[in-house]
Design a protein around this ligand. Structure first.
Ligand code: C2E
Ligand code: MG
Ligand code: MG
Length: 751
C-alpha cells in the first residue's frame, strides 16, 4: 500500500448496500500499515469511502485535496504526531469542523485529556476492537450530521429571526413615525391653541361661547373682567349674570331680542351695561348660532365690544350740532326746533301762551375791537350765564351767533311774564360785568314777540322779535319793545327801501345839497357841509335820516360814501376853478365809522385829491362823536395820517354822546361841532349854556375850533359869538342849498 491510498478503488462488497455511507469519506492516518489495512477494511465494509495516510503531513495534504467527513488519527507517528496534525486542522477554518478520533496505544488519562484539548472528538485505545471503531465512527458521523442539521436549523432560525426582526423593525419604524407624526400634530395643535388663547387673551373685545340653550358658558376670554369688572368665574358659574349686568332701561329690550336669536340665528345689538363698580358703559354684542352638519344648533358664539368712547363721540357730535361751542347754549337749530314745537302745541291748546325774546348786545363790537376777541368771548360766556339765570325752568336761552341771543318763554300764564323776564335781564345789566381781567358795563336791546296761532313758522316769530329788538335799538338801546303791527309795517317799508336803495346809485337818484358854514366874527362864508338827498322815484325827496342808518346797516354806506366824497370834491374843484373866492372855502363831508375803518381809506382820499386836484386842507371830514368813541388805536393812527395830508377832522354832534372829555385829546381833531340840541336850548340859559361854554373852552384848550350847528335865531348867533365860538351853521344863515344857490352865495362871498 502507498503512503496515501484510496481503498474505494477496491470497493468492499459488504458496504455496497449502505448507499448513505457512500457519501462519507473517512481518512485513516496511521504509520502502521497493518492498522491501516485492518481499519480501512472494516470501515469500507460499512460502505464508507476511505483515504489512508501514513503520516501526519500526508494526511494534511490529503485533507487539503478533499475534505473528509471524519479522520481516524493515530497519535504516535514518527514525523508529526497526531496532536500536531489535529492542532493544524483545528487552526484552519476549512478543516476545523472535521471530527477527529484519536487512535492510541496509550490509555493514559493525561493523553486523553490532551487529545480532547486538541479538539479531538473521540479517543480509541489500541488495540482496538473493529466494532468499537465502527460504532464510534458512526456515532461521530451522525453527530456531525446532527451538528450540521442543527447548524442549518440554526441558520434557518437565524434567518427567520433576522426576517422577523427586520419586519418588526419596519413595523416599529412605522409606529415610531406615526407616534412622531401624532406628537407633531398634537404639538402644532397645542401651539395654535396657545396662539389662539394668547390672541383672545390679548384682545380688548370679550369673546364668548354658550351652549344652545344659552344656559351655560363654555368659553370666555380675559377681556370680560376688564369690561364688566366681574371675575370670569362669576360668568361661568352664573349665566344670569349676562342679563343682570345690562342697564335696567335696556334689559327688557335685550331679553326680547335674545329670544329671537334662537329663531334668526343672529343677534347684533348695542346697549348699556353697569359694571360691578356701577359705572355705565356702552357695548355692542354680535352673536351667531353654530350648527352641526345635520342643522342642529350646538352653541352660540359672540363678541362684546366696548363702544363707550364711540357712543360718547356720537353724543358729542349730536350735542355739538345743536349747541353753541363758546357758551354751550342751544344753537339756532335747537332753538328753532323748540319754537316750532311751541307753535304746534299752541295750535292744539288754545290756552297755551309762549313768547320769543330776541336779544342783541349793545356796542359789543366795541368790546371786541378795543379789548380783543378773547375778552369778547369771555364777555359772551358771562352774558350767557346771566341770561340763563333770569329764566324759569322749561325756558330756553340760545345763542344765535355773534352777540345775538334768543329766549323761548314757554307755557306762560300771562304775556306780562315775558316782560318780567325782559326787565329782570335789564336789571342784571345795571351792574358792571366782571370778567377775569376787566370790568365792563354792558347793555342789551331786546325785542319780544308773543306767540299766537297766526304764526305759521318759527322763522316768522324770530323775525318779529328781531324787528322789535331793532326798534329798541333805534329808540336808544338798553331797553325792550314788544312787537306790534305797526313795527311789522315799518319793517316792510324798510325792506322795500333797502331794495330801492340798492339801485339808487346806478340810477343816479342821489344829490348833494350844500349848507353854508359861516365864520362868526367876520360873518363871512367859511365853507359848506355836503348833505345827501335821495330823489326816491315814488316817495320824493328823502332826507338822510330815512336811508343813511339803513345804508350803514347793510353796508351800502361805503358805496354811497364814495360817491359823496367824489361828488363833493369834484364840486369843490369846480367852484375853486370858477370862483377865486372859493379857494379859501372848506368842504365838510360826513363820514361814518365804517368808512373810517375801511382799509384803503387813505389811498381813496389820496386818489380823490389827485383826480380832483383840490388841496387836502380844503377837505374836512365829519365823524360823529359816538362813532369816534368806538374807534381803537388803529383808527387813531389812521386819523393821524389824514392830518399829515392837511385834511381837517371834525367831531360831529358833539355833546350828544357820552364821551369822556378826558380822552378827547387823543383824537387828532381840528374842530368840534356842538350838537344842535344844545344850541336849540341855549337861549333858555342854564345848563345848556354852561355846556356850550365848557365845550368852547375845552376845544380852545385842546387847540380846536368850534362850529355850532342848528343856529336858527339871531340871539343864538349873538351868544355864540360872545362865547368865542368860531363858526356857525343853521337855518338862520341858510338851508342846505342846491349847487346853483350855493354858487350865488360864493359869488356874494357874504351872507
Ligand atoms: P349832520 O351832519 O349833523 O348835519 C346837519 C343836519 O342838521 C342836516 O340834516 C341839516 O339839514 C340839519 N340842519 C342844519 N341847520 C339846521 C337848523 O338850523 N335846524 C335844524 N333843525 N336842522 C338843521 P340833514 O341834511 O337831514 O342830515 C342829517 C344827518 O344825516 C347829518 O347830520 C349827517 O349825520 C347825516 N348825513 C347827511 N349827509 C350825509 C352823507 O353824505 N353821508 C353821511 N354819512 N351822513 C350824512
Ligand atoms: Mg355833519
Ligand atoms: Mg351834526
Amino acid at each position: 500500500m502507498n503512503d496515501y491510498e484510496n481503498p474505494m478503488q477496491n470497493p468492499s462488497s459488504e458496504s455496497s448496500n449502505h448507499s448513505i455511507n457512500n457519501e462519507r469519506l473517512i481518512l485513516i492516518v496511521d504509520d502502521l500499515p497493518d492498522n491501516l489495512r485492518v481499519l480501512s477494511a472494516a470501515i469500507s465494509g460499512q460502505g464508507y469511502q476511505i483515504r489512508c495516510a501514513k503520516s501526519g503531513p500526508i494526511a494534511l495534504m490529503a485533507v487539503e485535496t478533499t475534505c473528509p467527513d471524519l479522520i481516524l488519527l493515530d497519535i504516535k507517528m514518527p514525523d508529526m504526531d497526531g496532536y500536531e496534525v489535529c492542532q493544524i486542522l483545528k487552526a484552519s477554518e476549512a478543516t476545523r469542523d472535521i471530527p477527529v478520533i484519536f487512535l492510541s496505544a496509550l490509555d493514559d488519562a493525561f493523553d486523553k485529556v490532551k487529545a480532547f484539548n486538541m479538539g479531538g472528538a473521540d479517543y480509541i485505545t489500541k488495540p482496538f476492537q473493529v466494532e468499537e471503531v465502527l460504532i464510534r465512527v458512526k456515532h461521530q458521523l451522525s453527530l456531525k450530521v446532527a451538528e450540521s442539521e442543527i447548524r442549518q436549523l440554526n441558520q434557518q432560525l437565524e434567518q427567520r429571526v433576522t426576517m422577523r426582526t427586520e419586519q418588526l423593525e419596519t413595523i416599529n419604524e412605522k409606529l415610531q413615525l406615526e407616534i412622531v407624526e401624532r406628537q407633531l400634530t398634537e404639538e402644532s395643535l397645542k401651539v395654535s391653541e396657545e396662539r389662539l388663547d394668547s390672541i383672545l387673551g390679548a384682545i380688548e373685545d370679550v369673546v364668548w361661547s354658550m351652549d344652545e340653550t344659552m344656559s351655560r358658558t363654555f368659553y370666555l376670554n380675559a377681556a370680560v373682567e376688564k369690561l364688566y369688572g366681574y371675575p370670569m368665574s362669576d360668568f361661568l358659574e352664573d349665566h344670569h349674570l349676562w342679563l343682570k349686568v345690562i342697564h335696567p332701561d335696556d334689559r327688557d329690550r335685550i331679553k326680547m331680542i335674545n329670544h329671537t336669536l334662537l329663531l334668526t340665528g343672529k343677534f347684533s345689538e348695542e346697549y348699556r351695561i353697569l359694571r360691578s363698580d356701577r359705572e355705565e358703559r356702552w357695548v355692542s354684542n354680535h352673536a351667531h348660532c353654530i350648527y352641526d352638519r345635520d342643522g342642529n344648533m350646538i352653541r352660540v358664539d359672540g363678541i362684546v365690544r366696548d363702544i363707550t368712547a364711540q357712543k360718547k363721540a356720537q353724543q358729542q357730535l349730536v350735542h355739538d350740532a345743536f349747541h353753541d361751542a363758546l357758551t354751550n347754549l342751544p344753537n339756532r337749530n335747537l332753538f328753532m326746533e323748540r319754537v316750532e314745537q311751541a307753535l304746534i302745541h299752541s295750535k292744539r291748546h288754545l290756552q297755551y301762551l309762549f313768547a320769543v325774546i330776541f336779544i342783541d348786545l349793545d356796542r359789543f363790537k366795541m368790546v371786541n375791537d378795543s379789548l380783543g376777541h378773547l375778552v369778547g368771548d369771555q364777555f359772551l360766556q358771562v352774558i350767557a350765564k346771566i341770561l340763563a339765570s333770569c329764566l324759569r325752568g322749561g325756558d330756553t336761552v340760545a345763542r344765535l351767533g355773534g352777540d345775538e341771543f334768543t329766549i323761548l318763554i314757554s307755557d306762560m300764564n300771562d304775556t306780562s311774564e315775558a316782560v318780567t323776564i325782559a326787565e329782570r335781564i335789564l336789571n342784571k345789566f345795571l351792574q358792571p360785568i366782571e370778567l377775569a381781567t376787566q370790568t365792563i358795563f354792558g347793555s342789551v336791546s331786546m325785542g319780544i314777540a308773543i306767540g299766537n296761532r297766526e304764526y305759521e313758522t318759527a322763522d316768522e316769530l324770530l323775525r318779529d322779535a328781531d324787528i322789535a329788538m331793532y326798534r329798541a335799538k333805534v329808540l336808544g338801546k338798553g331797553r325792550y319793545t314788544i312787537f306790534d303791527k305797526e313795527m311789522y309795517e315799518q319793517n316792510l317799508k324798510t325792506i322795500h327801501l333797502d331794495h330801492d336803495l340798492r339801485y339808487a346809485l346806478e340810477r343816479k337818484q342821489f344829490e348833494l345839497y350844500y349848507q353854508p358854514i359861516v365864520h362868526l366874527s367876520s360873518e363871512k362864508l367859511a365853507g359848506f357841509e355836503a348833505l345827501i338827498r335821495w330823489h326816491h322815484p315814488e316817495r320824493g325827496l328823502l332826507l338822510p335820516i330815512e336811508f343813511i342808518p339803513l345804508a350803514e346797516e347793510t353796508g351800502l354806506i361805503i358805496a354811497i360814501g364814495d360817491w359823496v366824497l367824489n361828488q363833493a370834491c369834484q364840486q369843490m374843484h369846480d367852484w375853486q376853478s370858477k370862483f377865486p373866492e372859493a379857494k379859501s372855502l372848506k368842504m365838510s363831508i360826513n363820514f361814518t365809522c365804517q368808512q373810517i375803518r375801511e382799509k384803503d381809506l387813505i389811498e381813496k382820499l389820496d386818489r380823490v385829491l389827485a383826480t380832483t386836484g383840490i388841496n387836502g386842507n380844503t377837505l374836512r371830514l365829519e365823524i360823529t362823536e359816538t362813532s369816534m368813541m368806538d374807534q381803537g388805536e388803529e383808527t387813531i393812527a389812521k386819523l393821524e395820517l389824514l392830518r399829515s395830508r392837511n385834511i381837517q377832522l371834525s367831531i360831529d354832534d358833539f355833546g350828544q354822546g357820552y364821551s369822556s372829555l378826558s380822552y378827547l385829546h387823543r383824537f387828532p381833531v381840528n374842530t368840534l361841532k356842538i350838537d344842535r340840541s344844545f344850541v336849540e336850548l341855549m337861549s333858555l340859559g342854564g345848563q345848556n349854556l354852561a355846556i356850550i361854554r365848557t365845550i368852547i373852552i375845552l376845544a380852545h384848550a385842546l387847540d380846536m375850533n368850534v362850529v355850532a350847528e342848528g343856529v336858527e335865531k339871531l340871539e343864538q348867533m349873538t351868544m355864540l359869538k360872545q362865547l368865542g365860538c368860531e363858526y356857525a351853521q343853521g337855518y338862520f344863515f341858510s338851508y342846505p342849498l342846491l349847487v346853483a344857490d350855493a354858487e350865488q352865495m360864493i359869488k356874494a362871498h357874504k351872507i
